[in-house]
Design a protein around this ligand. Sequence first.
Ligand SMILES: Cc1ncc(COP(=O)(O)O)c(C=O)c1O
Length: 351
Amino acid sequence: MVEQIRKNFSSDNVVPACPAVMSALAAANADAAPAYGGDAWTARLDDVVADIFEHPVKVFPVATGTAANALALAALAPPYAAILCDESAHIAQSECAAPDFFTGGARLVTIPSEDGRMTPEALSYKLGRLPADDVHNPLPTALSLTQATEWGTVYPPAHIAELTARARSRNLAVHMDGARLANAIAHLGCSPAEATWKAGIDVLSLGMTKNGAMAAEAVVFFNPAHAEQFARRRKRSGHDWSKQRFLSAQILACLEDDLWLNNARHANAMAQRLAGGLFRHPGSRMLYETQANEIFVLLPDRAIAHLRAAGFAFHDWDTPEGVDGTVIRLVTSYYTRIEDVDALLETLSEI
Ligand SMILES: Cc1ncc(COP(=O)(O)O)c(C=O)c1O
């Protein structure tokens, strides 16, 4: 079983929760505690996150990234709104229209990009097509950026600042899907503040599950006006856990002693090692520069079959038409060891 999971590169959510999180859950389980966020763990969240992000915040734990994104966007977008995002965004591709549902009908307007990072020009072009004074189109009220992106690339903070400035000039609020924000920060070497509110982010879905938690994400509001009645939104969605201490304890454990960033640094380093080896394989082609912990690589079908026959797991991804081979996605995590990476590369070298 352990052997199998060590060969599983299909996602960063297939691995176990990390020991610090399990200990924190056990500690939170030692006694009774007040329900619905009245507990001592939840009481610390705002201060701990504010310290790390160097800004006052309101923090709301939820159990999934989809809930974090959909509820955060619902706080920014009325039913007649347009939410702009990259065409690859998880909110547009993989959340079963949850943002549309929780906003009561807002439309996701997608913007094409080369590598998951929308350009300021493409954003301005799309905004230009959605004039505020024309009742025939939905009113853009929110921009959502994914960091790290769906293609494993990372926006530099200056790029984010340029996008948020253009959004702000049209009165849009800006959401960040930070399911892999820790990996982005680890790559950039910047502070959490520089990666978020200093670059113009208003609301953050701060991911923990892919980075060592069992199931916990934090919706972080840098602007308290947007947090108004968020507790009710969360309640209606069924994410107001009565035993909220178990969500909060996971988030605190991840943030303590920089565990979230150390885990992400390790995951990124494993991705670099893996990408470097894959790059050297004849017939391979990296689709994007590996900057976080996801690798998208085109490999000959024979090589892919050989890896699978040896027990390695990963997902096939969209393969451009007419190319010889298949694009696969490989994801590393805090749990990936050097020997796991090397075992995959060695198996590949047998081809
Ligand atoms: C970028 C991004 N955002 C959000 C999510 C949603 O997370 P969940 O599956 O916990 O709803 C994912 C999960 O794959 C993701 O990759």
